[in-house]
Design a protein around this ligand. Structure first.
Ligand SMILES: *[C@@H]1O[C@H](CO)[C@@H](O)[C@H](O)[C@H]1NC(C)=O
Ligand SMILES: *[C@@H]1O[C@H](CO)[C@@H](O)[C@H](O)[C@H]1NC(C)=O
Length: 323
């Protein structure tokens, strides 16, 4: 049995009077950010913001630049549940270049490849690639992490999604938060088939980092790791979350919350087959960490901080529940 609520966010209403990419009312920065920190530098410029238009709604997701012409995101972000088809590239805007949504540049997707075994009922193989025109400047790419992902590993995740599950506005700046990989027993409570975070999904347990979590609108966004060499690598992408106490609620950062991140390296054969590039292309040098006052790899709970995405009209939240 698996319960999960998707972490993409319908922004209808929020964006109805303006173009999808620039219509969001900026949120006052120091308000209502649950345990998160506002990203004010370009250090996470490998993160992109996706605006997806369907005939019934607009959706917000995130992604990561694997190359200057390739974005990895969640499968469910690219799958139109109404029509059971992949979104057409022209309905997907990829915005990059700044943590500040008012300063981002946007480009339209050129081609979208959903994992061939993506399952919209169980959200397994929740990964897709977006081909874009080659970017010239104002961005970074992130190499894929190949190491193991043991319990208690600290990951940093980020996104432009809701900053509280009850938020009614989205943040205007990228938010980042540190979360922790959970133990197998806890993760199995959310998904009985779960084996370990070295498999297709990385599992984080909210109670390990109280008040810190990803939220609606963060789907597809990066989860990164700082390796022993001090460099940053892409390890996962935001997929689903569930509250074990209230599995039908689209809550975030609750005491009984479990979140799942698609494990990027587990899907390397999909990435190489789709992009026509060898795995070595994606296993480059990590990014130097340029420092971040509130970031720490320490395992002490007190030293951690972190995400939750922006809000919008709560009524518009797309929360799909699977039993
Ligand atoms: C975001 O960009 C807009 C437009 O350049 C600017 O007015 C605003 O101050 C920026 N916000 C932050 C927090 O830097
Ligand atoms: C676009 O993606 C589809 C699905 O992966 C693939 O079959 C097709 O060859 C791609 N087209 C181009 C022009 O890359």
């Amino acid at each position: 049995m698996k319960f999960s609520s998707l972490l993409l966010l319908a922004t209808t209403g929020l964006l109805s009077t303006a173009p999808a990419v620039h219509g969001i009312e900026p949120l006052s920065l120091n308000k209502r950010i649950v345990g998160g920190r506002t990203v004010t530098t370009t250090k996470y410029n490998f993160a992109v913001r996706l605006n997806i238009k369907s005939s019934t709604s607009d959706y917000l997701c995130g992604g990561t630049l694997l190359a200057d012409d390739l974005v990895v995101t969640a499968g469910h972000c690219m799958h139109n549940e109404d029509t059971n088809t992949v979104y057409s590239p022209t309905s997907v805007a990829v915005c990059y270049g700044s943590p500040n949504i008012s300063e981002m540049s946007c480009t339209t997707a050129r081609n979208i490849s959903l994992h061939p075994n993506y399952n919209p009922l169980t959200y397994t193989n929740d990964i897709a690639l977006i081909q874009i025109s080659q970017l010239k400047s104002g961005f970074d790419t992130l190499p894929v992490y190949t190491g193991k992902v043991p319990e208690s590993t600290v990951l940093t995740t980020m996104g432009w999604g809701k900053t509280m599950d009850t938020s009614t506005k989205l943040p205007s700046m990228l938010m980042a938060v540190d979360i922790m990989v959970g133990g197998i027993a806890m993760c199995k409570k959310a998904e009985s088939s779960f084996v370990s975070s070295d498999g297709p999904e990385i599992c984080s347990v909210n109670s390990l980092t109280p008040g810190k979590d990803s939220c609606q609108g963060d789907s597809g966004s990066p989860a990164i790791i700082t390796a022993d060499d001090g460099k940053k690598y892409l390890v996962g992408l935001t997929s689903t979350g569930v509250d074990l106490k209230d599995p039908t609620a689209a809550t975030c950062a609750t005491a009984y919350g479990i979140a799942f991140y698609t494990h990027i390296n587990y899907f390397m054969s999909f990435i190489t087959a789709t992009s026509g590039r060898p795995a070595s292309f994606f296993y480059g040098q990590g990014e130097e960490d340029t420092g971040d006052a509130s970031y720490s790899q320490s395992k002490s709970a007190a030293s951690r901080s972190v995400i939750v995405g922006g809000g919008a009209l709560v009524a518009a939240i797309a929360a799909a529940i699977v039993f």
